[in-house]
Design a protein around this ligand. Structure first.
Ligand SMILES: Cc1cc2nc3c(=O)[nH]c(=O)nc-3n(C[C@H](O)[C@H](O)[C@H](O)COP(=O)(O)OP(=O)(O)OC[C@H]3O[C@@H](n4cnc5c(N)ncnc54)[C@H](O)[C@@H]3O)c2cc1C
Length: 612
């Protein structure tokens, strides 16, 4: 099914049940839920899929141990249930991660925690003390966490002595005890979001309903309820026609941009049609009161070894929670800060003060292997889409992480905005939101995604087997014996069970069928094969070099990313007719400059201390 385009004059509007603005994890999960219920859906994003906060998060799928202190028992219970569900439905992207909570003694923090639960934030801060939470407070929290995760097959939590085997090697003199528990990590929420949309597309084909994704576009509601979709101000490539849609409902899932989107979506009118008059905001008050949070990616072999397989969840000197997490086999992810950020979320950047603050927190934990600013290979920063209305006296860390669906009465058609939400609860948020949208459209809930795996879902055992078979096929296609397992590993790590499909092969044939040797050529210096680029362009909505590097292949997290790799990808774009041959230099230069400016990423050979 196609969408009517107009290049100049009037076009016939395309009827669609729901338009979703924002292709972050929440917009994508909702799109899938609605298509699952037989609705036609168009998703519009001002940038690319998962280009917003989804990409700038700590990447944990967790119950939220610290939300217990704010009495958010319902949120913790929901998050724990969703954590277990996502581990089951997307085991290739959501993996269990053990946590270690170092404390300075048994006592401390109990009165502060009690005051916080009862809502006395000022007292809680006064009683918090310099030594942070003690073992008893942590044990109580872990006991509650256990209680709220009934049904989970995971081991019970406990308190251990520091220095125990297999535990992170924190400073045992300063932190003699630690709580131990399990949560999960979604290393690539970007890929999780793409897979939600891939699944929505398959469902739409099954149900024969319209499903489209329009990136680099924004939308405006006309007085008659029609929606005009226009190219976003930036990054307009070639001629992108104006599209006119006739939706029955709209959901604004633009996260930290929700208020800005509403202003754009419902430009001020004369007041006659219920729209805000010029100068008025579409909502009586702002919906979002975002806070920015920064992260560091640290390349320090001794620190990575000291961390081992577990993440550390600790307190910085000022008592704020800080995570020190394994990020693949080589890097350590440190986050985060929590600073009110009223500006345009796209302009949020990590400050040097935040880098110092996070490094100081790591130094307290791991003084013997403390990283210096030179070990920070990149940093990143996102704005949390938190509700603007907050309980009196609450610090940014205390603002609820619960999500809500807010309906805007002044709009000429049903229009909701999603406020808040986490990676962890994207599916339950989608289920709740879909139920409300369906009800308003007069339709029953016919299905839910509670037991629907993502398209790439495969267990650890299946993934290992697939890696073996793909490595064999890669060798038959001419990939050197020493490089084939790394290529297969990387492919399965990104695409899960879809790794074979991504290269146009059926891995169950173990290479017996014809294999296109060209698609196994390496992409510059990176172990991924060239063929994967075409797959992302044709079947995963990638359009630009940045889409491929940052949100499909996740190469920006590779400390060895080189200019040769960027050029190899750009040349695939040229071959696919997506980039003019004479634009390769400027495309590569622009991406390098953007990565350096936005998140301090340098290519191999450009970093201070690089030997080559
Ligand atoms: C520092 C930090 C750490 C976090 N850590 C975790 C964590 O560990 N675990 C967890 O569960 N959650 C975490 N979160 C929360 C979680 O990341 C977010 O709540 C979630 O990603 C929000 O997703 P979203 O889809 O609502 O928004 P986004 O991912 O921001 O998506 C919104 C989309 O809207 C698009 N857009 C903007 N304006 C327009 C427009 N006018 N028209 C169309 N599209 C537009 C953007 O390009 C973007 O793609 C963290 C958040 C932050 C900031």
């Amino acid at each position: 099914m196609t969408i009517g385009m107009a290049s100049g004059g009037e076009s016939t509007p395309t009827a669609v049940d729901v338009v979703i603005l924002g292709a972050g994890i929440n917009g994508a999960a909702l799109a899938r839920e609605l298509v699952l219920n037989g609705l036609s859906v168009v998703v519009i994003d001002a940038d690319d899929i998962a280009a917003g906060t989804t990409r700038w998060s700590t990447r944990l799928v967790h119950g939220g141990l610290r939300y217990l202190e704010y009495g958010e028992l319902g949120l913790v219970r929901e998050s724990l249930a969703e954590r277990d569900r996502l581990l089951r439905l997307a085991p290739h992207l959501v993996r269990p991660l053990g946590f270690f909570v170092p404390v300075r003694g048994w006592f401390g923090g109990l009165f502060a925690a009690a005051a916080r639960i009862l809502g006395f934030e000022v007292l809680a801060r006064r009683w918090a003390g310099a030594r942070g939470r003690g073992g008893l407070a942590v044990a109580c929290g872990l006991w509650l966490y256990d209680l709220l995760s009934t049904g989970s097959a995971w081991p019970r939590r406990c308190v251990v002595r520091s220095g125990a085997e297999g535990m992170p090697a924190v400073d045992a003199d300063r932190y003699p005890l630690a709580g131990v528990y399990d949560d999960a990590q979604m290393v690539y929420p970007e890929r999780f979001t793409v897979e939600l949309l891939v699944d929505a597309r398959s469902l739409a084909a099954e149900k024969d309903v319209l499903f489209r994704i329009l990136t680099r576009r924004t939308a405006r509601v006309e007085a008659d309820g029609r929606l005009t979709v226009v190219p976003a101000a930036e990054a307009v490539r070639g001629t992108v026609e104006k599209i006119v849609l006739a939706p029955r409902a709209i959901v604004n899932a633009t996260g930290a941009w929700v208020d800005h989107t509403l202003g754009e979506l419902l430009p001020p009118g004369d007041g006659a049609d219920g729209r805000p008059q010029s100068g008025e905001s579409p909502t009586a008050q702002r919906l979002i009161g975002g806070t920015k949070g920064s992260h560091l990616l640290v390349d320090h072999a001794a620190l990575r070894r000291a961390l081992g397989k577990r993440g550390v969840y600790a307190e910085a000197a000022d008592g704020r929670p800080v995570f020190v997490l394994p990020f693949g086999d080589r890097l350590v992810l440190v986050g985060t800060t929590d600073i009110p950020f009223p500006g345009d979320p796209s302009t949020a950047r990590t400050g040097t003060d935040e880098i110092d603050y996070l490094l100081a927190a790591v130094r307290l934990l791991f003084p013997a292997t403390a990283p210096s600013p030179g070990h920070v290979v990149q940093h990143y920063c996102g704005v949390r889409p938190l509700p603007a209305r907050r309980a009196d006296g609450r610090t940014p860390a205390g603002i609820t992480r619960r999500h809500m669906l807010v309906r805007l009465a002044a709009a000429p058609l049903p229009l909701w905005s999603i406020v808040g939400g986490k990676l962890t609860t994207c599916r339950s948020l989608a289920e709740e939101s879909a139920a409300e949208v369906l009800a308003v459209l007069g339709l029953p809930v016919a299905a839910t995604s509670r037991n629907r795996p993502l398209p790439g879902a495969c267990s650890l055992g299946e993934a290992e087997e697939l890696v073996g078979r793909l490595a064999t096929i890669a060798m038959k296609a001419g990939v050197p014996r020493e490089g084939a397992p790394a290529m297969a590993q990387r492919l399965v790590g990104l695409f899960g069970a879809r790794a074979g499909e991504a290269l146009g092969i059926d891995p169950s044939l173990a290479g017996a069928g014809a294999v296109d040797r060209n698609s196994f050529e390496p992409l510059g210096d990176c172990p991924l094969p060239r063929g994967i680029v075409r797959f992302c362009l044709d079947l995963e909505w990638a359009e630009t070099l940045a889409d491929l590097v940052e949100r499909r292949l996740l190469l920006d997290f590779d400390p060895e990313l080189s200019e040769a790799t960027l050029r190899a990808i750009a040349s695939e774009l040229v071959q696919a007719g997506r980039l003019a041959a004479d634009a390769v230099d400027s495309e590569v230069t622009a991406l390098r400059a953007m990565m350096a400016e936005r998140y301090g990423k340098r290519l191999r050979g450009e970093r201070l201390g690089d030997r080559d």
